[in-house]
Design a protein around this ligand. Structure first.
Ligand code: TYM
Length: 328
C-alpha cells in the first residue's frame, strides 16, 4: 500500500494555492493510501514568529485540513513538534547533508536574498523536511511544484544513508499536479501565489469573504487580448485563472475555452469568482465550527500518538545503524 506524508507550515493564512496544489490532493489520497498530514510548526520557526500567533495558526491549519475534507478516521493529522523523532532524525540528516547542496536550494536563496541575517534553521530547513518524510517510509509526497527540489534532496539523502549504513529508507516520489502544481499570483503571473506576499490582492485566502474574493478576481491582471485561451507561456495570467476555474469546478480546460469563446474576460472573471466562492464557502463553514472545538485538540493528540508509533520505529532502526549507544 502506498504511504503518504506531507505537511504545511502554520505561517499565516493559507491560500487557494495551498488548497489546489496540496490539500485537495491530500483529500483524494486518503481514500487510497495510508496518509500522514503534518502541521510543520518547527519549519515555521525558521523565520521569526509571534508565539501566540504561531499557536493559533497551528490550530487553524489543523482545522483547515479537516474542513477541507480530511477524515480523522482515515488519515493521521498531527503537529510536527508533538513527535520528537522529527528533530532527532533531523539532526542525523543535517550531519549527512553537505553544506554545498543546501546552499543550492532555490527556496533558501529566495528567502535569504537581500536579508541582513537569516537563521541557520532556514539553511538546514530541507534536512528537517527529509526527516519528516523518511521517518514514515513515505512512498509518495503530494506537494506543489515549489517543493520539488526539497524532494530531490530527500531522495539523495535517503540513498546516501542506505549506501553507507544499509537499506533503511524508502525513496519517496513527489506527487505534483500537472495543472495546479503552481498557482500564480493574481497581480503578477510570473510569481507563485504566496501567503507571505505583503499585497493581499495577490492571493485568495481560504478564509476570504465572498465579496473580497469577487473584488480580488475582478482586479486580477490579464493580458491585452480578450480571448479565454489556455497558453501558460503567452497568456500566463488568464491561464492561471483558468487553472483555478478548472480545479474548483471539475471542468476541463478545453470545456472552459469552449464555454467562454467570444465572451471576453469580464464574463469569465465574474463566473470564476462564483465558482471559487462556491468551493470555499462550505469549507469556511466547517472551518468556523472546528477551529474552536475541543474535538480538534483531541484529534491532534490521537494523531501524534499514531504518528509517533511509526516514526519511533524508524528512528530506533537509525540509531542502531549509525552507532548510537542504546540507553539500557
Ligand atoms: P508550505 O507551507 O509553503 O506550502 C504547503 C503546500 O502548499 C503548496 N503550495 C502551492 N501549490 C501550488 N501553488 C502555489 N502557489 C502553492 N503555494 C504553496 C506547497 O508546495 C506545499 O505542498 N516545506 C513545506 C512544508 C513541509 C513538508 C514537509 C512538505 C514540511 N515538511 C514534508 C512535504 C513533506 C512548505 O513550506 O510548504
Amino acid at each position: 500500500m502506498r504511504r503518504i506524508l506531507s505537511g504545511i507550515q502554520p505561517s499565516g493564512r493559507l491560500t487557494i494555492g495551498n488548497y489546489l496544489g496540496a490539500i485537495k490532493q491530500f483529500v483524494a489520497l486518503q481514500h487510497e493510501a495510508e496518509c500522514f498530514f503534518m502541521i510543520a510548526d518547527y519549519h515555521a520557526l525558521t523565520v521569526p514568529q509571534e508565539p501566540e500567533a504561531l499557536r493559533q495558526q497551528t490550530l487553524q491549519v489543523a482545522a483547515m485540513y479537516y474542513a477541507a475534507g480530511i477524515d480523522p478516521q482515515k488519515a493521521t493529522v498531527f503537529v510536527q513538534s508533538h513527535v520528537p523523532a522529527h528533530t532527532e532524525l533531523g539532526w542525523v540528516m543535517q550531519c549527512l547533508a553537505h553544506f554545498g547542496e543546501l546552499g543550492r536550494m532555490t527556496q533558501f536563496k529566495d528567502k535569504s536574498a537581500g536579508k541582513e541575517s537569516v537563521s541557520a534553521g532556514l539553511f538546514t530547513y530541507p534536512t528537517l523536511q527529509a526527516a519528516d518524510i523518511l521517518l514514515y517510509q513515505a512512498t509518495h509526497v503530494p506537494v506543489g511544484e515549489d517543493q520539488k527540489q526539497h524532494l530531490e534532496l530527500t531522495r539523495d539523502l535517503a540513498e546516501r544513508f542506505n549506501k553507507r549504513f544499509g537499506e533503511t529508507f524508502v525513496l519517496p516520489e513527489p506527487l505534483i499536479q500537472k495543472v495546479g502544481g503552481r498557482i500564480m499570483s493574481l497581480d503578477d503571473p510570473t510569481k507563485k501565489m504566496s501567503k507571505s506576499n505583503p499585497n493581499p490582492n495577490s492571493y485568495i485566502s481560504l478564509l476570504d469573504e465572498p465579496d473580497v474574493i469577487r473584488k480580488k478576481i475582478k482586479r486580477a491582471v490579464t493580458d491585452s487580448e480578450t480571448e479565454v485561451r489556455y497558453d501558460p507561456e503567452k497568456k500566463a495570467a488568464i491561464s492561471n485563472l483558468m487553472t483555478i476555474y478548472a480545479l474548483c469546478s471539475g471542468l476541463s480546460l478545453e470545456a472552459i475555452e469552449e464555454r467562454y469563446r467570444g465572451k471576453g474576460y469580464g464574463v469569465f472573471k465574474a463566473d470564476l469568482a462564483e465558482v471559487v466562492v462556491e468551493t470555499l464557502t462550505p469549507i469556511q463553514e466547517r472551518y468556523r465550527e472546528l477551529v474552536e472545538s475541543a474535538a480538534l485538540r483531541e484529534h491532534l493528540a490521537e494523531g501524534a500518538e499514531r504518528a509517533a508509533q511509526v516514526a519511533n520505529r524508524t528512528l530506533e532502526a537509525v540509531r542502531e545503524k549509525i552507532g548510537l549507544l542504546p540507553r539500557g
